[in-house]
Ligand binder design. Structure first.
Ligand code: IPE
Ligand code: IPE
Ligand code: MG
Length: 240
């Protein structure tokens, strides 16, 4: 049994293709995607993952057909009311990450209620990136520093970013076969390991998660150092 990374981030891609293959409307794929997420949250909690961050709707997804955008908004609002009681019971602390200004008042109220209801939980932190973009995040953090007159340093900027409450992701998974970041955690993934799965998000199950975790456990994270330095470092830390 391999050791689970502390923070896993996922680009949940491939819902539309999953639906198209079955001659279903794209929104049916997104519905199936919610089921897949529910299963994934449970699996992460069972494996001792501390933080799960998922990409649910990007700043760029507003460019999709109006019908799909409104379907996604409705599904999000529905999931907020349906899923929160179980998440709360399972010890999940929810955070919604992204620009709230152009979300409906109903959705924003649901978000605030869900965050409040789960704030004292500590088993797993679930960050749902909704109306999120990595560039938006960097810009909003920089704007806060500018408004305060705070010097721009890496740690000051990190402190204002939308994921300041968690450490950077150790593993970033993207399903759906595409090998790109699509404006996800641009700042925070500086030293993350990447894992690309050919599975469409609705098909990504516990077994696939375990394959991704196993692949992560075979990586050597050097953070700029040499492999020899890491070996020496590991030897001294086991002695101490
Ligand atoms: C990801 O699935 C979910 C969202 C972007 C909301 P897609 O809808 O992008 O699925 P594909 O990539 O078209 O299959
Ligand atoms: C990334 O998927 C966004 C989410 C999963 C929410 P997209 O399907 O929007 O990414 P591109 O457009 O193929 O790069
Ligand atoms: Mg896609």
């Amino acid at each position: 049994m391999s050791h689970a990374p502390h923070h896993i981030a996922i680009v949940m891609d491939g819902n539309g293709r999953w639906a198209s293959k079955r001659f279903l409307p794209r929104v049916a794929g997104h519905k199936q995607g919610v089921d897949s997420l529910r299963r994934c949250v449970k699996a992460c909690a069972q494996r001792g993952v501390g933080v799960l961050t998922v990409f649910a709707f990007s700043s760029e997804n507003w460019s999709r057909p109006a019908e799909e955008v409104s379907g996604l908004m409705e599904l999000f609002a529905l999931a907020l009311t349906r899923e929160v009681p179980q998440l709360k019971a399972d010890g999940v602390q929810l955070h919604f990450v992204g620009e709230r200004a152009n979300l409906s008042t109903k959705v924003v109220a649901g978000i605030e209620k869900a965050e409040l209801a789960t704030a004292s939980n500590s088993r797993l932190i679930l960050n749902v990136c909704f109306n999120y973009g990595g560039r938006w995040d960097i810009v909003q953090a920089a704007a806060k520093l500018a408004a305060q007159g705070t010097p721009v340093t890496e740690s000051n900027l990190s402190g204002e970013m939308a994921l300041a409450h968690v450490p950077d992701p150790d593993l970033v998974i993207r399903t759906g076969g595409e090998q790109r970041i699509s404006n996800f955690l641009l700042w925070q993934s500086a030293y993350s390991e990447f894992y690309f799965s050919g599975k469409l998000w609705p098909e990504f199950d516990e077994a696939e998660l375990d394959v991704a975790i196993a692949a992560f456990n075979h990586r050597e994270r050097r953070f700029g150092k040499t492999s020899d330095q890491l070996v020496a470092q590991a030897a001294t830390s086991t002695v101490a």
